[in-house]
Design a protein around this ligand. Structure first.
Ligand code: T3D
Length: 263
């Protein structure tokens, strides 16, 4: 990894956890084109790496991510917004939702604009007491993107989603829990430990069952009950054939913790 990398990937081999860190702290981790390329590459890297079973996404310094780098937008050769969203942002969000491994968002500070979208695209979100969420897009005359219009109403409901997306007010961490934007808030100094511990628990789970659960939860948003029931049956059929299911049953019968291997 070059020393000037704007996205860092660190592996904890013992825990089978990879940590992806957005690394432009001087600009609150605002996203530039090279950074978006690196971030997509980071998600592809952790997908390929069979030793990684859970991922943490966090930011360096005092911010999680302040969204699109607005200075870059003023450069004469900046791509049209539709191109930027289709070719840079959307592939990242698709990579996150398509990653067959759980992503824990460790939201260490402000998450604004596309930074809030990145947070919402994580499977589990843990916020530091210092974190704030802001859709922010409207303040610069833009519409929510990078999945924000899809995630937000699903997480907080239509009424709150409209308020947050139209008024763009920042949401402090305790309110984010109340609204359902994040699952829990911890003191800033405990964030890394808490995220590491949740990621390690996920990494010790049955990888195929976790991947299929992530897929089923996303699919359920767009299916009726009958279709969801049938999809669950298909996925359960797959999970039921795994070695990890057999291991889970054996561990239960032998009254010991399971050792899931991903088989
Ligand atoms: O491609 C496309 O454009 C389409 C996609 C768009 C998606 C989007 O994300 S649109 C939304 C973009 N983001 C924003 O509008 C947020 C802009 N930032 C802020 O409103 C504030 O910085 C924060 C509320 C996030 C934090 O405020 P504060 O007071 O804690 O910090 P600050 O002083 O404003 O920022 C510290 C530095 O980070 C500062 O640099 P400086 O002056 O010390 O050299 C500031 O300019 C820089 N920074 C913060 N956000 C961005 C940024 N630089 C570039 N782009 C940013 N988004």
């Amino acid at each position: 990894m070059p020393p000037d990398s704007t996205v860092l990937v660190e592996l904890d081999a013992d825990a089978a956890v990879a940590t992806i860190t957005l690394n432009r702290p001087e600009a609150l981790n605002a996203l530039t084109v090279p950074m978006k390329v690196e971030l997509l590459g980071a998600f592809r890297q952790v997908e390929r790496d069979a030793t990684v079973r859970a991922v943490i996404l966090t930011g360096a310094g005092r911010a999680f991510c302040a969204g699109q780098d607005l200075r870059e937008r003023l450069e004469p050769d900046a791509a049209p917004l539709g191109v930027e969203v289709r070719e840079r942002y959307n592939p990242i969000i698709r990579a996150m939702r398509g990653l067959p491994k759980p992503i824990v968002g460790a939201i260490n500070g402000v998450a604004a604009g596309a930074g809030a979208s990145l947070a919402m695209a994580c499977d589990i979100r843990i916020a530091s007491e210092a974190a704030t969420f802001s859709l922010a897009f409207g303040r610069v005359g833009l519409v929510p993107d990078s999945g924000a219009t899809w995630f937000l109403p699903r997480l907080v409901g239509a009424t709150r989603a409209a308020e947050l997306a139209l008024l763009n007010d920042p949401v402090a961490a305790p309110d984010a829990v109340r609204l359902g934007l994040v699952g829990r808030v911890v003191p800033a100094e405990q964030l890394a430990t808490e995220a590491g511990s949740v990621a390690a628990r996920l990494a010790a789970g049955a990888p195929k069952a976790i991947a299929l659960t992530k897929r089923a939860l996303d699919a359920a948003w767009t299916r009726d009950l009958d279709a969801a029931l049938e999809y669950e049956a298909q996925l359960q059929d797959m999970a039921g054939r795994t070695k990890d299911h057999a291991e889970g049953l054996a561990a239960f019968m032998e009254k010991r913790p399971p050792r899931f291997t991903g088989g």
